[in-house]
Design a protein around this ligand. Structure first.
Ligand SMILES: [Zn+2]
Length: 337
């Protein structure tokens, strides 16, 4: 970004959420989700008490009631985590989340973001309650030049999740004994052309407090990919969109082959584009996110955005906490086949 410009902290703050930031640090899964909160151990002072750190989702702020005795916004959080200035934190956020540097800057002098826009100024980005779909810029994920070898296909955790050996082999997943995904279930992620661009590592079981459920390689941009699109894109029928790897693999196992996973409960602009590329105006899309707060918020936003170019149906589960992975073979059959 050009050095002569001032960072508009307000615009940066409005463009990202605490959830995204926690996810960036790979620690989002360590927090317990409440109605409007995330709570857990404080990642700043690295505490162990699971109630001392709290995020308000709607206010997009955090608080540590213990050692830090401090709270703040997303930029304060990054500044504390990485021990840098607010300006450095804002620049990191712009880079990590691929924000448009032009939109995140103010040309006027003085403290960025605090001046009323003069007439004739370029319109400022509006602070939004929810971040607008981000501009996906920069490099695509590069195909990997290696494969994880000797993955253990018959790991008990995979059987526990109800996957058959056929599905396990089909998706190329397995327990990894060593290397960067050591002691995790490695799940290859393919780009639309069918090349492996990353392995996700799922901890086999309920991880301890300081261990993330999922590990993704540094620099991998999951917002650019849709899990299983390389195969689902070629299948007939309605396109089913779920959140997670296991929901996707389970539906596939039960015969629903045109299924992809967002790898989260939100749809990025790049993922929206991928869906567009694999559908036409006669296509049907079924949005089937988890029946929880994040899933309900996500599916509404996704449905509205997809409805502009396909027929969208939103699948809801009767009971809180339900997710696609819980469907029986019979239920899947009735729903999709
Ligand atoms: Zn703290």
């Amino acid at each position: 970004m050009s050095k002569s410009k001032f960072v508009d902290f307000k615009a940066v703050k409005a463009a990202i959420t605490m959830e995204q930031v926690l996810e960036h640090y790979g620690i989002l899964d360590q927090f317990k989700r409440g109605t409007d909160s995330l709570s857990g151990a404080c990642p700043i002072h690295k505490g162990s008490n699971p109630t001392q750190f709290r995020v308000s989702i709607s206010k997009n702020v955090w608080n540590c009631f213990s050692e830090c005795k401090h709270g703040g916004n997303v930029l304060d959080f990054i500044a504390r985590m990485d021990d840098v200035s607010i300006l450095a934190a804002a620049n990191k956020a712009i880079e990590w989340f691929h924000l448009d540097p032009e939109e995140m800057s103010v040309n006027s002098e003085g403290e960025a973001g605090n001046e009323a826009p003069k007439s004739g100024d370029a319109p400022r980005p509006k602070p939004a309650a929810k971040p607008a779909p981000m501009q996906e810029k920069g490099e695509p994920n590069k195909p990997l030049k290696f494969r994880l070898e000797k993955l253990e296909r018959e790991h008990p955790y995979l059987a526990e999740r109800g996957l058959t050996l056929e599905t396990i082999v089909d998706f190329g997943i397995g327990f990894c004994a060593k290397g960067m995904m050591a002691e995790r279930i490695a799940i290859p992620i393919h780009n639309p052309e069918g090349n492996v661009v990353a392995y996700a590592g799922r901890f086999p079981g309920e991880p301890a407090e300081d261990t993330p459920k999922y590990k993704l390689p540094q620099g991998f941009r999951k917002s650019l990919e849709l899990f299983n699109i390389d195969r689902a894109g070629k299948e007939p029928g309605p396109l089913v969109i779920v959140e997670g790897f296991f929901g996707c693999m389970k539906l596939h196992q039960f015969g629903c082959r045109r299924v992809v996973a967002l790898m989260g409960s939100t749809m990025s602009a790049a993922q929206e584009e991928l869906i567009k590329r694999h559908t036409d105006r006669h296509s049907q899309v079924i949005v089937m996110l988890d029946e929880d707060e994040a899933g309900r918020a996500g599916r509404e936003d996704i449905a509205v955005r997809l409805a502009k170019f396909v027929f969208v149906k939103v699948h809801t589960f009767g009971e809180d906490g339900q997710q696609p992975e819980n469907l029986s073979a019979e239920e899947v059959k009735q729903l999709f086949i």
